[in-house]
Design a protein around this ligand. Sequence first.
Ligand code: ARG
Length: 295
Amino acid sequence: MTVLDPQLARPIGRRTKPVPAPLRVRRTRDYVMCRPTEFAVEYAINPWMDPSRPVDRGRAMRQWEALVETYRSLGHVVEVVEPLPAQPDMVFAANGALVVGDVAYGSRFRYPERAAEAGAVATWLRGRGIDVTPASHPAEGEGDFLVLGHVVLAGTGFRTSLAAHVEAATIIDRPFVTLELVDPAFYHLDVALAVLDDGRGSASADIAYYPGAFSPHSRRTLRELFPDALLVSRDEALTFGLNLVSDGLHVVIPQEAGSMADRLRQRGYVPIAVELDEFRKSGGSVKCCTMEHHA
Ligand code: ARG
């Protein structure tokens, strides 16, 4: 008779040994950020935003500066784009473009409130010798495009259009995988899914995501592509735990996402918690404030 461990539904005594976490390797990154001089919540274009709730801009500024300091102390390069006057969401630099090497797919914001940001970011990138192709369909940069070594994960459903995935794939030389977002609280891909390791170093790509944010079809796609992904609960995702920035070893996460820290450690990462709650009032956190210029 085979005795089954009810927890594992697997014969006792044949348990596989726990696999040691892969050795995580940090790579120096180039980040682009935008000072929150104009930060405010003056309109509502996602369910987190409530213009009647005040924002403490001084506090937002201190939190943002501490994030810049965190990246620099980890040895990363942070460049800063000047904010446009009266563009309160421009601090969410991730949305400004998708930049890989010396080419970029410029943004075209879904809502007119943010439209002016795209041109300002494109001009700034061109000044640095980057060839920017502006999107001709709604596209919100790294809010919905997450770059891995072998593939770009592309979100749609709320902001970035499917047509933009097709267009971006003609500019960025990688296969694009479309993922459909279905829960308005997770209106950008970077609040529903995080790249922990982009797979360009020694380890294979590693991601974390909240399955409920995706359509059944996209969930299946994610399961097939990333069978070992770290799955995160809705509550954790609501703390913006997935809106993180990883350099392959250090994972900068919002302080409220503390419950994810242990599991990140078990996977070999070094979590670093930062206070960024002023930006939650606008529906953003660590990753939203950070555009990576991918090598
Ligand atoms: N208030 C901003 C908006 O709704 C937040 C953007 C957050 N950015 C991000 N990459 N998820 O557009």
